[in-house]
Design a protein around this ligand. Structure first.
Ligand code: SF4
Length: 224
């Protein structure tokens, strides 16, 4: 596995390295490495799963129907896509949109780790099971994880459903994402503090008890 990329001082430099990456088998069938897009100084960094067909062709994350829904839901909390940073767990498209394999996620996570370090957002939003389980180091599914903000290495992490699940699941799933995004808005507006990270959440979404997840390591340990 590649190193930590600690020596890389900008997203632009890291994207150049990723563009020729052959660290896992996903490099064999990709058309483009989908590194990430958005503001390098974003308050909100969004982590999806991996590129689909349209993303692979255009080299940009979330450009299909899921991306349109994501953009719409962000606008509802007064955030444009240009104001956030969007990345994926794996930067290359898994063939036929299969799930990324553990060895592929493992090979690619140094890129995501460094992206988070360089952007240094106040809130990380994980979309769906892959990114939520990876960053929270849990086997708990997204249905139980969502609805809360987790204190996470000096910032917040808000897990929610992937927009693709909303496209399949309809209004109920979409409304759950809306509720989680309102939580994101409250955090960046300073209406939730680390001392009482769940204090203002009850009126936004129903909460579940996830005390095991209140302080998690980034991919298995603190940032080096
Ligand atoms: S998925 Fe990540 S680790 Fe694998 S080839 Fe692409 S950039 Fe490299």
């Amino acid at each position: 596995m590649t190193g930590s990329y600690r020596h890389v001082s900008s997203l632009a430099e890291l994207s150049v390295i990723a563009a020729s990456c052959t660290e896992c088998a996903l490099s064999e069938e990709r058309k483009n490495v989908v590194f990430g897009s958005g503001s390098p100084d974003a308050d909100v960094l969004i982590v999806g799963e991996g590129p689909g067909q349209q993303e692979d062709e255009q080299g940009l994350p979330f450009v299909g129907r899921s991306g349109q829904l994501l953009g719409k839901l962000l606008l509802e909390i007064d955030l444009s896509r240009d104001e956030v940073y969007i990345a994926n767990v794996v930067k290359c498209r898994p063939p036929r949109n299969r799930d990324p394999r553990p060895d592929e996620i493992d090979a690619c996570k140094p890129y995501l780790r460094r992206q988070i370090e360089l952007v240094d957002p106040a809130v990380v939003v994980t979309l769906g099971n892959f990114s939520s389980k990876l960053l929270l180091r849990t086997t708990t599914g997204i249905s139980r994880l969502r609805g809360l903000a987790y204190e996470w290495w000096g910032r917040y992490l808000v897990p929610t459903f992937h927009p693709a699940a909303a496209l399949r699941g309809g209004d109920r799933v979409t409304d759950d994402i809306r509720a989680d995004f309102r939580l994101v808005r409250m955090i960046i507006d300073g209406r939730i503090s680390f001392e009482t990270p769940q204090a203002d959440v009850d009126d936004v979404v129903p909460t579940t008890t996830q005390d095991e997840c209140t302080q998690m390591g980034l991919f298995g340990g603190p940032p080096q």
